[in-house]
Design a protein around this ligand. Structure first.
Ligand code: UD1
Length: 416
């Protein structure tokens, strides 16, 4: 997808079905390497990152079959080594999970330094610290991360920063280690729980995922299983914000409302009416919205992945909002694009001061990364006139059928 063209002003109305969670689907697809048996993974979002990871798994020797939309059979029996040193790795972040999964199953893995969204410095020192604590040696040779161990032994690992990637990677390696591993100061995101549930469904013993102390009792082998990925709370939050930006009335369906609490709390603070049902949430705007301050934090704090979309919403909300990004220092790149549309935002390092303007105006803009691209959709939907969002392929990496979903909600949107 090269560009997305949106004519702003239509109020979004209706129901949108939320797909499976990208950030859980990707590590779960990689975690199938931990077993030699076949796994069937359901509720996978049909997005570019999933396609790319499918290609990566095939490249290293797995058999991957799309059974139906959203369901894949992954057979890793014939993989002999987790070695991936070509450029496909630069397309996505999640390829670094091959390090932990490969180390677990083969006691060896080699991966080119991963890519993904350009949202600032993204070190992997905590992943390495964890692998080394389990007994591996890790070497970085011409940009290739090489992990090797004669034997993996459980250990106590304290993470210096709360990292989703490091927590998942260490969990995967420790699953097939000897003895008990304890991860302290672990990340608590819902997708960590989902990956742990998948591994446990295969016969693993991970206890405490979702808290900051995770205990992994090493097992000798895992078996295959059928597993369904949790709904994507970031996709759900994105549509909620898009609905609010147009002063619409929408229901996001197939969600776990608890996972969306940090977003619903802020929307309520702004004056949005949010109603939670068992597996859906309705957002309605009945009054003038207020500005709010946002500070991104690890879960259950406000998610960094929603910051850009929320900032786009606040750029048209009366009053002044202060947005503090504590997780990734490069997550304000989309602000220059919003300014082209008339937003009044001052960025100083990790802080953005947003003075809500009466109107945004459609123009030609460029998606800089996945969520920054989605933020431009938020702005475009509520802007006067037509917005052309270039480099829309970033958006495709994380949103399944976004054009059709927005068309169904009544947006004037097309692919260019
Ligand atoms: C994952 C998600 C991304 C989300 C982020 C935070 C995937 C593929 N990506 O990214 O969408 O925005 O979680 O919820 O699931 N850090 C270190 N050393 C490390 C690892 C991380 O200093 O070894 C720092 C990072 O620079 C960052 C913070 O820890 O400031 C959090 O990073 P992390 O949780 O690891 O993010 P990712 O797993 O890369």
């Amino acid at each position: 997808m090269k560009k997305i063209i949106i004519k702003g002003g239509n109020k979004l109305r209706g129901t949108v079905n939320i797909s499976g969670f990208k950030n859980a689907a990707l590590p779960i697809m990689v975690a199938t390497i931990l077993t030699k048996d076949k796994c069937i993974i359901e509720n996978l979002p049909m997005i570019r990152d999933v396609d790319c990871l499918k290609e990566i798994l095939i490249k290293i020797g797995a058999k991957v079959k799309l059974i139906e939309k959203g369901a894949m059979e992954i057979d890793t029996t014939n993989i002999e080594k987790c070695k991936l040193t070509d450029d496909i790795n630069r397309k996505m972040r999640a390829s670094y999970y091959l390090l932990g999964a490969g180390l677990g199953r083969f006691k060896e893995s080699e991966v080119l330094y991963p890519g993904g969204c350009d949202i600032g410095v993204r070190p992997i020192d905590q992943h390495i610290k964890g692998f080394e604590a389990l007994g591996a040696t890790v070497e970085i040779d011409h940009g290739i991360i090489k992990c090797k161990a004669d034997k993996l032994r459980g250990n106590r690992i304290y993470l210096d920063v709360v990292s989703v990637g490091a927590t998942i990677n260490i969990m995967m390696a420790a699953t097939l280690a000897e003895g008990i591993t304890i991860i302290e100061n672990a990340a608590r995101e819902p997708h960590i729980v989902d990956v742990a549930n998948f591994i446990n469904a295969c016969g693993g013993k991970i206890i405490g995922a979702g808290t900051d102390i995770i205990k992994i009792v090493g097992v000798e082998r895992l078996k295959g299983c059928n597993y369904s990925v949790i709904p994507d709370q970031i996709e759900a939050g994105s549509y909620m914000i898009m609905g609010v930006a147009t002063e619409g009335d929408i229901i996001v369906n197939n969600v776990i409302p608890k996972h969306l609490e940090p977003v619903t709390a802020k929307l309520r603070e702004m004056g949005v009416e949010v109603t939670e049902y068992g597996e859906s949430i309705r957002v309605t705007v009945n009054k003038k919205l207020r500005s709010v301050d946002i500070k991104t934090l690890p879960y259950p704090g406000f998610p960094t992945d929603m910051q850009q979309l929320m900032s786009a919403l606040l750029s048209k909300t009366k009053g002044t909002s202060v947005v503090t990004e504590t997780i990734f220092d490069g997550r304000f790149k989309f602000v220059d694009e919003l300014k082209r549309m008339g937003a009044n935002i001052l960025v100083d390092g990790r802080i953005a001061v947003i003075k809500g303007v009466e109107n945004l105006m459609g123009t030609r803009v460029e998606a800089k990364d996945l969520r920054g691209g989605a933020a431009l959709i938020v702005a475009a939907l509520s802007a006067n006139g037509v917005t052309e969002i270039n480099k829309a392929y970033h958006i495709e990496r994380g949103y399944e059928d976004i054009i059709d979903k927005l068309l169904n909600l009544g947006a004037d949107i097309k692919e260019g």
